[in-house]
Design a protein around this ligand. Sequence first.
Ligand SMILES: *Cc1c(COP(=O)(O)O)cnc(C)c1O
Length: 377
Amino acid sequence: MNVPYLDLSRARLRIATELAGRWQRVLESSAYVLGPEVREFEAAFASYLGVSACVGVANGTDALLLALRALKVKAGDEVILPAFSFFATAEAVLLAGAVPVFADIDATTYNLDPAAAEARVTSRTVGIIGVHLYGRPFDVDAVNAVCSRHGLWLLEDAAQAQGASYHDRKVGGLGTLAAWSFYPTKNLGCYGDGGAVTGNDVALVDRVRRIANHGQTSRYHHVELGTNSRLDSLQAAVLNCRLPLLDGDNQRRRELACRYHGGLREVSEITLPVDAPGSFAVYHQFTISTDRRDELQHDLAERGIGSSVHYPSALDRQPALGGSADRATCEIAARAADQVLCLPLYAELRDDEVAAVCAAVSAFFAKAKVEVNALAG
Ligand SMILES: *Cc1c(COP(=O)(O)O)cnc(C)c1O
């Protein structure tokens, strides 16, 4: 059986009728930018998260950058972030003119290690970006404690964690600001680029809104330098259709994760993802690790099973970052980059497909054992 790593068309059919109606109304109203669909989504997402304010923006990278600008990050400021994330987390810091300072991750959660982050605080540090990687909340209490001790802000990169919660509170309102992406592959995705910034400091989120719309307080009155980064009405309509389905989708993702655990429990050569205490993970990815990652991925591909590596390099080793970070410090991130493999997991994935993936993974390691035994014999 072929199992695609991701099949977005399965989700599209579920909202096709409602979306056609919403898109028709947008087209008839000509409210393409900042129209009622955007307002509706901002209010619905804020209420879903239990936060005071939400502003839609053009994409997740902009969400990070706009948040950093609203936090008045300036040249020479240092921002601490995990060495293992999508490139945009570090890129936004550089685009804001600041210096990304990488801290190593925890070996079991792949999330920022709060002690490693604290060890990197200097007199120039202004804040910390925590990433809820793979849909699993980072240790927010411990990172917030580091922030309080040193007078830092906390920016959540929640791009992979729509609907995740930490001690029964949804991520996205647990720090100073949170940045979201609605790129099509995220748990809550649209049909192009989209993003948002959320938080409980209404004035700060309003500042993001202003910067995202040319620094205007009223039409053609520009009080500061902004940019153009707005959520598109057609994309907001997709999000309005999909938000009510998010909790159900996340439950299904968790159920599939359980099935993977059941099917792969006996495979001693791999490490399975664990739910950290107090955290409700939404399995944006189901990430296993093995020191035979590349061979396994190749073998799965030959059996028609899709998989993906998020991410093959730690951020501190990316050429664009100039190798500025000292290479010795983020060993766990470097090892993760060599060992992680994400298996297919999306709400529409079927039970028999998960079973086929588990069988293929088991077959790879069983075959390997036979070969080792043959060599030994
Ligand atoms: C997707 C993602 C982003 C960037 O979002 P875009 O909408 O693609 O710009 C940032 N951080 C993380 C962790 C992501 O997964």
